[in-house]
Design a protein around this ligand. Structure first.
Ligand code: SF4
Ligand code: SF4
Ligand code: SF4
Length: 182
């Protein structure tokens, strides 16, 4: 009888251990995904890539998984660094990122073919125009994220320094804030 019990345990123990381990792994993965989402929610969501990662969530993932520095997001500035520090229990460990030069997108109206691709790409609705009409940027709304540049098939969008009248203090503001003003 004892031999039978031992034989049964030997048969099923690896399976039981595997179930336990994979359940713990699943819980770990869920906790990690939740942490990444919490960090991501504090980032500006302009997806500009200035942090060195291909978007806000990849940077959030690097913060959680690879312990990446908290001050790599210039659009977020010092305010975002403080929020991240608070969330992750790392108070006052990081200096604010250096501010980016104020820049706005400009469209060469002579070259624009009115394809609308830049409007689709702009996360803050800073471009006006319609199909086969020339397009223009509303500088006060432009956060300088450069997301409209790659989709333009004729390369007629460029980044230029913002003039004082173009409210440079609002440059690079977070996506949600920019939407409130839009
Ligand atoms: S907004 Fe910040 S976190 Fe998001 S892609 Fe740009 S630099 Fe990275
Ligand atoms: S650079 Fe300005 S116009 Fe271009 S996508 Fe970003 S906010 Fe919109
Ligand atoms: S993507 Fe370029 S060509 Fe197309 S509408 Fe915008 S500025 Fe014009």
């Amino acid at each position: 009888m004892l031999a039978l019990i031992i034989a049964t345990l030997a048969l099923y123990l690896p399976a039981l251990l595997w179930v336990k381990t994979s359940s713990a792994t699943r819980q770990g993965r869920r906790a990690q995904a939740a942490a990444i989402s919490a960090v991501d929610a504090l980032l500006p969501q302009t997806q500009c890539g200035d942090c060195g990662y291909p978007g806000c969530r990849p940077y959030a993932r690097a913060i959680v998984v690879q312990d990446a520095p908290l001050n790599l997001c210039p659009p977020g500035g010092g305010a975002t660094v403080r929020k991240l520090e608070l969330l992750l229990g790392k108070a006052a460990q990081y200096a604010p990122p250096p501010p980016l030069p104020s820049a706005v997108a400009r469209i060469d109206e002579d070259a624009c073919i009115g394809c609308v691709k830049c409007i689709v790409a702009c996360p803050v609705d800073a471009i006006v125009g319609s199909a086969r009409q020339l397009h223009a940027v509303i500088p006060e709304y432009c956060t300088g994220c450069k997301l409209c540049l790659p989709p333009c098939p004729v390369d007629c969008i460029s980044m230029e320094p913002a003039a004082p009248a173009e409210a440079p203090d609002l440059q690079r503001r977070p996506y949600a804030e920019a939407h409130l003003h839009a």
